[in-house]
Design a protein around this ligand. Structure first.
Ligand SMILES: *[C@@H]1O[C@H](CO)[C@@H](O)[C@H](O)[C@H]1NC(C)=O
Ligand SMILES: *[C@@H]1O[C@H](CO)[C@@H](O)[C@H](O)[C@H]1NC(C)=O
Ligand SMILES: *[C@@H]1O[C@H](CO)[C@@H](O)[C@H](O)[C@H]1NC(C)=O
Ligand SMILES: *[C@@H]1O[C@H](CO)[C@@H](O)[C@H](O)[C@H]1NC(C)=O
Ligand SMILES: CC(=O)N[C@H]1CO[C@H](CO)[C@@H](O)[C@@H]1O
Length: 559
């Protein structure tokens, strides 16, 4: 059990300088599954990431709204990395103050990014502990993986405070596989269908002609869990299941370092399925961009996006953490990074999580639901999960009870979804869970859904059945959006970019509405394991429903 240790009292620092916490609410207790190994040596090298305060964030948010709203004259007028940089890069003062502060501690090996709002610096542990009063670095391990993190909250001097959002590499541990595949669960008797590419393509109405053709279209999956895909698994998967459609059997680009040993089920699932719906489209894999013990892989991926001008249009990510385990400052800044990706025309899709509404124990007999981040960010498209009503044939879809969904406690409900969410709350008012379990003023998710149950995946050359989770749904929807981008690019139109404003304006048109079933939540007397339930139109379990490709293409290729 993790508890909160951060508090907002300023630290009294040695030579009479006030210092304050950047992430006063950051959880600094070590998660149960990590073992403390010992203090680092003072001369051990650390790599820390400094998130510098950006400029014009109101303008960034407004620009994202305009380029993503199909009714705006600016729809699709995405910014290049250079244009984005002119908008958000930190002020000269901020850059000067932060650099001077680092240099005065002898820190000179720092790398910056295209938007100049991150600095990635190498320093010894004793320098880091002086730079960031309060921090104390220790080494931790889990399953042969080693990490360096601080056991106590860090602070920065008051004159630096206003120039930084947070420092990465001190507190956040890699999430336990919260977005998990229900690997090898006991199969039910009988000849079960199981999801393969041809099952998905049939259900979502993809014909053999629905494959990518555009020259410079591409899509990506990003992974951060020390997992990797094996090229031979992908090739075998495609030879087993790719018979009925033109496809690629190879990844075009791997960014980062793939681990050794056995392939991971998550990694194999993502890549095999994005390349099955997004067939014949160039595909990239982002994998642990930094492998230093003090790095945060998800943060490093975000930093990388701000440093590459030529990126795939669609990214699917199966990473998630409890909102309440992360600092508000961190989530706010990462949310800004999502806006930066959106104004550039990228679509980021996150799995909604595999714990339904989730459950957080607040005290004796007192629980509430537990939203997951980044699923709860208003500037990503969050994908929930479904299963077939009749598991023995391609039938209509119902809620997969694991499908993550609910309301953020951190992000306000964005305008694009207000009417849809109000409609739901009103329609099902009589059967909603008690109000004390969730926050109706927060961003509600998911936005869309796809099958998440009983996939076939090839891992270590062996086809494995019964793989489940919303981490399957996200790449399936990602590949479908890539096909739509493909048609748009062929017509000379810009890519879809941040989809939600346009998706909510469709009001469910071109999607298969999922109206049956509830997802799981706290096993207590009040809610008895039941969170929210699907209903006609949008709901916080399956969003607007699952894609009917030909209709979705028709409405999204129009302009
Ligand atoms: C960003 O890219 C440039 C080269 O394009 C490189 O010199 C720099 O080190 C990169 N920054 C980071 C943080 O990796
Ligand atoms: C798509 O699939 C649904 C259900 O499988 C079917 O009823 C419909 O006719 C199909 N075609 C189109 C163009 O929607
Ligand atoms: C597959 O994509 C390439 C471009 O990347 C294109 O030249 C080719 O025609 C596509 N194949 C089919 C069957 O459309
Ligand atoms: C509910 O969400 C809003 C933002 O949408 C936030 O300001 C508020 O603190 C949240 N309440 C709780 C109890 O978390
Ligand atoms: C994002 C992407 O796939 N970009 C490619 C566009 O085409 C050029 C030239 O072939 C490639 O170098 C890019 O990688």
């Amino acid at each position: 059990m993790k508890t909160l240790l951060g508090f907002s009292v300023p630290l009294w620092f040695g030579c009479v300088v006030w210092a304050g916490y950047l992430e006063y609410d950051q959880d600094v207790l070590m998660p149960e599954d990590w073992t403390h190994v010992g203090r680092v040596q003072p001369t051990d090298e650390l790599e820390l990431t400094f998130a510098l305060k950006q400029q014009n964030l109101d303008l960034l948010e407004m620009t994202l709204g305009l380029v993503s709203d199909p009714d705006s004259a600016h729809y699709g007028k995405h910014l290049s990395l250079e244009e984005l940089s002119l908008l958000v890069r930190p002020s000269e003062l901020t850059q000067k103050v932060v650099r001077h502060w680092l240099q005065s501690h002898g820190i000179t090996s720092c790398l910056t990014v295209g938007t100049q709002d991150f600095l990635h610096c190498t320093m010894t542990a004793d320098v880091a502990e002086t730079l960031l009063p309060g921090s104390r670095f220790h080494r931790y391990s889990r399953d042969g993986q080693f990490l360096v993190r601080s056991s106590a909250p860090y602070s920065v001097h008051d004159d630096i405070h206003q120039h930084l959002d947070f420092v990465g590499g001190l507190h956040r541990f890699p999430p336990t596989q919260q977005v998990l595949s229900k690997e090898l669960q006991t199969p039910q008797p009988g000849v079960h269908l199981g999801v393969t590419p041809s099952v998905l393509r049939a259900r979502y109405n993809l014909t053999s002609a629905d494959v990518g053709r555009a020259q410079n279209n591409s899509q990506a999956v990003a992974q951060f869990l020390e997992q990797y895909y094996h090229p031979a698994d992908l090739a075998e998967f495609m030879s087993l299941y790719g018979g009925s459609f033109q496809h690629r059997s190879q990844v075009d680009r791997v960014v980062g370092t793939q681990g050794g040993g056995k392939a991971g089920i998550e990694a194999s699932l993502d890549i095999e399925y994005i390349m099955s719906t997004g067939a014949n489209i160039s595909t990239w894999v982002f994998t642990n961009p930094g492998r230093h013990e003090s790095q945060e892989p998800f943060l490093q991926w975000m930093v990388l996006l701000s440093n590459m001008s030529d990126l795939p249009w669609v990214h699917t990510i199966s990473y998630g953490d409890d909102e309440d385990s992360l600092s508000t400052a961190y989530m706010m800044r990462i949310n800004t990074e999502f806006m930066k990706a959106g104004v550039r025309g990228m679509s980021l899709l996150f799995a909604s999580g595999d714990s339904g509404a989730g459950c957080r124990h607040l005290g004796k007999d007192k629980n509430c639901f537990r939203p997951s981040f980044p699923a709860s960010s208003p500037y990503v498209t969050t994908v929930g999960g479904t299963s077939f009503k009749n598991p023995f044939k391609i039938s209509y879809e119902v809620t997969d009870y694991i499908s993550g969904g609910g309301f953020s406690n951190v992000f306000k409900m964005p305008g694009y979804q207000a009417a849809a969410v109000q409609g739901y709350l009103k329609a099902v008012a009589a059967t909603l869970p008690p109000q004390s379990y969730y926050n109706v003023s927060g961003r509600a998710y998911p936005d869309i859904a796809a099958l998440s149950d009983n996939y076939w995946v090839v891992i270590n050359r062996v086809p494995v059945p019964w793989v489940s989770g919303t981490s399957a749904s996200a790449p399936v929807v990602g590949g479908i959006l890539s096909l739509i981008n493909d048609q748009r690019l062929l017509k000379g139109l810009p890519p879809l970019g941040f989809l939600n404003p346009r998706l909510y304006k469709l009001k469910g048109r071109a999607l298969f509405d999922v109206t049956e079933g509830c997802h799981l939540a706290c096993l207590d007397e009040q809610v008895q394991g039941k969170g929210f339930c699907a209903a006609p139109s949008w709901d916080p379990v399956t969003g607007w429903g699952t894609p009917n490709y030909p209709e979705l293409l028709a409405v999204l290729v129009a302009q």
